[in-house]
Design a protein around this ligand. Structure first.
Ligand code: 3PG
Ligand code: MG
Length: 403
C-alpha cells in the first residue's frame, strides 16, 4: 500500500482542515528552548494556507495526566508559530470545548488556529478504542479533512493520530512524507557499513530496539545512561551511575547474540565520572573498569563517555556509509558532560553517505551544541517513531494513512 499524500485530498480551498502536528517542544520556564518541531511543521501549514484552507492545528505537549495543566499549555507554541508564519495564529484555550468551537468558527480562508493540548483530555490516550473514537469524532466535527503530520507520534495509537484519520478524509502531510523518504533509505538496502548509535537514559526503552536492530546493522555503539547496564553485564562495577539491574541478563543475551551474528557492539572504554549531578560537580575521566576507583568511590556518577571512547566512536561513524543516531551520549545539558555527544555529532557531520539524527532529544542536543540542521543528512523529528520504524514495526499512525 502507499501512503496517501496531501494531493489526494483534492482542492482544500475554503475547507476546514485539521492538522495533527507534533509540536511537543522542550520548554523552560514557559520559553521554547528548541523550536525544531515547530519549524518542521511549517511546510504543510504554509502549503494549506497558500491554498486558502482554514487551518486548525492540533498537538500534544509533554505528558500531562489527562486534565488541563498550565505548564503543558501550547500557548507559547502559538506565539512562536505566529512569528515563524508571519501571521496571526488564534489560540483556543480548550481542545474540543467552547473556545475551540469559537476559534474554528472565526477562521477565514487562509487563517490558522491552534487548539490547546490534546492530552488535556484523557480520551486522547485512553486504552479504550470507544473512548478514543468518541474524542476523535468531536475533533472531526471541526473539520472537512484531516492531515496527519506529527511524525513523532505515528507510533502511538491515540485518538488524534489513529481514530481521527478514519473519521474524515485523511492524508499524510509533507513532514511525514519527507521523514519516510529518508527512513526508507535506511531500511531498504542501507549502504554498508551501517552503524547505529544509541544513547539516552533508559535501557528498558531501548532494549527491544537492540534486539530488532541486531539482524540489520553492522555495528552498534552504546552510550548514554544505558551504557552502565552494559558495563555491569560485563562484570564491571558502576558506582552510583544509572543502572537497570533487572535488565542485565537481557543485555548479556544481546551481547552473546551479537557475537553469534558477527555484529559489533562497541561499549565505552572510558567514562567521565562526577562527584554529583550538577554543572559544578568535580569530575574525572577513568577507565570503564575502574569507575569505583576515582576519588568519588562507590558514589561516583558516570555522566558521559570519555574522550578515548568519543574518538573511537567518531572513527567508526566516519568510516560508515549509513549512520543513525538516537540519544545523547551523556548529560549534554551540563557543559562538563557534553563532549561525548559533541564528538558523535561532529563525526556525523563528516559521514560520507547518509547520517541521520533521530529524535527530539538528539536534535535538541545538536542544536544546543551549536550545530546547524544543514550539517546533517537528515534530522528526524521523531525518536521513538523512527526507531520503531527502523525495527520494522508497523506504525498505527502510518497504517491508517494507507502505508
Ligand atoms: C516525543 O517527544 O517523543 C513525541 O512527541 C511523542 O511523545 P510521547 O513519547 O509522549 O508520546
Ligand atoms: Mg518520546
Amino acid at each position: 500500500m502507499t501512503l496517501r499524500t496531501l494531493d489526494s485530498l483534492g482542492s482544500l480551498t475554503g475547507k476546514r482542515v485539521l492538522v495533527r502536528c507534533d509540536l511537543n517542544v522542550p520548554l523552560k520556564d514557559g520559553v521554547i528552548t528548541d523550536d525544531g518541531r515547530v519549524r518542521a511543521s511549517l511546510a504543510t501549514i504554509n502549503a494549506l494556507v497558500d491554498q486558502g484552507a482554514r487551518v486548525i492545528l492540533i498537538s500534544h505537549l509533554g505528558r500531562p495526566d489527562g486534565s488541563p495543566d498550565p505548564q503543558y499549555s501550547l500557548r507559547p507554541v502559538a506565539e512562536r508559530l505566529s512569528e515563524l508564519l508571519d501571521k496571526p495564529v488564534a489560540f483556543a484555550e480548550d481542545t474540543v470545548g467552547a473556545s475551540a468551537q469559537q476559534a474554528v468558527d472565526a477562521l477565514a480562508d487562509g487563517d490558522v488556529a491552534l487548539l490547546e493540548n490534546l492530552r488535556f483530555n484523557a480520551e486522547e490516550t485512553s486504552k479504550s478504542a470507544d473512548e478514543r473514537s468518541a474524542f476523535a469524532a468531536r475533533l472531526a466535527s471541526f473539520g472537512d479533512a484531516f492531515v496527519s503530520d506529527g511524525f513523532g507520534v505515528v507510533h502511538r495509537k491515540q485518538a488524534s493520530v489513529y481514530e481521527l484519520a478514519s473519521a474524515l478524509p485523511s492524508a499524510a502531510g509533507l513532514l511525514i512524507a519527507a521523514e519516510l523518504d529518508v527512513l526508507e533509505r535506511l531500511t531498504e538496502k542501507p549502504e554498508r557499513p551501517y552503524t547505529v548509535v544509541l544513547g539516552g537514559s533508559k535501557v528498558s526503552d531501548k532494549l527491544g530496539v537492540i534486539g530488532h536492530l541486531l539482524p540489520k546493522v553492522d555495528t552498534l555503539l552504546i552510550g548514554g545512561g544505558m551504557l552502565f547496564t552494559f558495563l555491569a553485564a560485563q562484570g564491571f562495577r558502576v558506582g552510583g551511575s544509572l543502572l537497570e539491574a533487572d535488565q542485565i541478563d537481557t543485555v548479556k543475551g544481546y551481547l552473546a547474540e551479537a557475537t553469534e551474528r558477527g555484529v559489533q557492539i562497541v561499549l565505552p572504554t572510558d567514562v567521565v565520572v562526577a562527584s554529583k549531578f550538577g554543572a559544578d560537580a568535580e569530575h574525572t575521566v577513568t577507565s570503564a573498569e575502574t569507575i569505583e576507583e576515582t576519588p568519588f568511590g562507590q558514589s561516583g556518577l558516570g555522566l558521559d563517555i570519555g574522550p578515548e571512547t568519543g574518538a573511537e566512536f567518531a572513527r567508526i561513524i566516519e568510516a560508515s556509509k549509513t549512520v543513525f543516531w538516537n540519544g545523547p551520549m551523556g548529560v549534554f545539558e551540563l557543559a562538563p558532560f557534553a563532549e561525548g555527544t559533541r564528538a558523535v555529532a561532529d563525526a556525523l557531520t563528516r559521514v560520507d553517505g547518509l547520517g541521520v539524527v533521530g529524535g527530539g532529544d538528539s536534535a535538541a542536543a545538536v542544536r544546543a551544541l551549536g550545530f546547524t540542521d544543514e550539517q546533517f543528512g537528515h534530522i528526524s523529528t521523531g525518536g521513538g517513531a523512527s526507531l520503531e520504524f527502523l525495527e520494522g514495526k508497523r506504525l498505527p499512525g502510518l497504517e491508517v494513512l494507507g502505508w
